[in-house]
Design a binder for this molecule. Structure first.
Ligand code: IDP
Ligand code: MG
Length: 140
C-alpha cells in the first residue's frame, strides 16, 4: 500500500463549461481525496515554465495559449497509488482513444482541450505540486 500525492489541473475548457464539480466527482468516486485546490489564471510565463518539457514539440505554443485562455484549478489528489490511479481516471491524452467512463472520454473537447492534466510519475508529481503549493497548503 503506497499513499501518494499527485498534481491535477482542471483545464480552461472545463472551467469555462462549468463542469469542475463533475470532474471532481470522478476523483472522489474513485477514492482520491482532494487535499488542496485553488483556482487561478495562469500567466504565459507560468504556463511555459510548467510545460517546459514540451518546449520543442510542435503543439507547445498552442498548448500555452490554451492554458492561459481561462481560469484553471490546480489541485493535489491523495490516495493509494494516486499517480497511476489519476492517470487511469483521466484516460488517454487523445479523447478518441480514452476509455469509456474516463474524464477525457466523457468531457474532453479535443486532444488539446482535454479537460485535465495529471502528473505522470511520482518524481514529477513532487515538483509539479511544489510549482503550485506550499507544504502548509496540503491539508489532510
Ligand atoms: P498528458 O496530458 O496526457 O500527459 P502530454 O503528452 O504530456 O499528455 O501532453 C501535454 C498536453 O499537451 C496534453 O494534455 C494536451 O493538452 C497537449 N497535447 C498533447 N499532444 C498534443 C497534440 O498532438 N496536439 C495538440 N495538443 C497536444
Ligand atoms: Mg503529460
Amino acid at each position: 500500500m503506497t499513499i501518494e500525492n499527485t498534481l491535477s489541473i482542471i483545464k480552461p475548457d472545463a472551467t469555462k463549461r462549468n463542469i469542475t464539480g463533475s470532474i471532481n466527482a470522478k476523483f472522489e468516486d474513485s477514492g482520491l481525496n482532494i487535499i488542496a485546490q485553488k483556482r487561478l489564471q495562469l500567466t504565459k510565463g507560468m504556463a511555459k515554465k510548467f510545460y517546459e518539457v514540451h518546449k520543442d514539440r510542435p503543439f507547445f505554443n498552442n498548448l500555452v495559449d490554451f492554458m492561459i485562455s481561462g481560469p484553471v484549478i490546480a489541485q493535489v489528489l491523495r490516495g493509494e497509488n494516486a499517480v497511476k490511479l489519476n492517470r487511469d481516471i483521466m484516460g488517454a491524452t487523445n479523447p478518441k482513444e480514452a476509455e469509456k467512463g474516463t474524464i477525457r472520454n466523457e468531457f474532453a473537447e479535443s486532444i488539446e482541450a482535454n479537460s485535465v492534466h495529471g502528473s505522470d510519475s511520482l518524481e514529477n508529481a513532487k515538483s509539479e505540486i511544489a510549482f503550485f503549493f506550499a507544504e502548509i497548503e496540503l491539508v489532510y
